[in-house]
Design a binder for this molecule. Structure first.
Ligand code: NI
Length: 149
């Protein structure tokens, strides 16, 4: 186990596109475990690998439903919309209103290399979409609705 350093806005790595994971090995498992430790310590509900300086398409989410990890994820369906406040461990002390789909269906791989699909809505969908954006170098601050709700 080990805590990793969370990269903050202004760090160029947060703007880079992450690359697909191709080795489902013990190092990947260690990274996922470290990410959970780092996220829980920081009181976060989601964390992408790029936020700890690893440009791999991987993120974790735990909004209180259950701890989940998503490797090489793809949003395969979405619908509706929701507007709510969002924050990010890489943008400490700030919140902003962001419009997101109300529900999503995502396809991804787990750490064993098995593909799965997952349906999420409301806050969990928001968290997954936020983390998925990190893999493409997008931060929620890019999406904030001016004026808010
Ligand atoms: Ni974030």
């Amino acid at each position: 186990m080990g805590l990793r350093t969370i990269r903050l806005i202004g760090d160029d790595i947060l703007r880079k596109k992450s690359k697909p994971v191709d080795n489902f090995d013990h190092r990947l498992l260690k990274l996922i475990n470290d990410m959970f430790e780092t996220m829980y310590r920081a009181d976060g509900v989601g964390l992408a690998a790029v936020q700890v300086g690893i440009l791999k398409r991987l993120f974790i989410v735990d909004t209180g439903e259950k701890p989940m990890h998503f490797i090489n994820p793809e949003i395969i369906d979405k619908g509706g919309n929701q507007l709510d406040q969002e924050g990010c461990l890489s943008v400490p002390g700030k919140l902003g209103d962001v419009e997101r789909p109300k529900w999503i269906k995502i396809k991804a791989f787990n750490s064993d290399g098995d593909e799965f699909e997952y349906y999420a809505e409301d806050f969990e969908a928001r968290a997954i979409l936020h983390e998925n954006d990190h893999l493409n170098g997008i931060l929620y601050v890019d999406l904030v609705v001016q004026g808010g709700k």
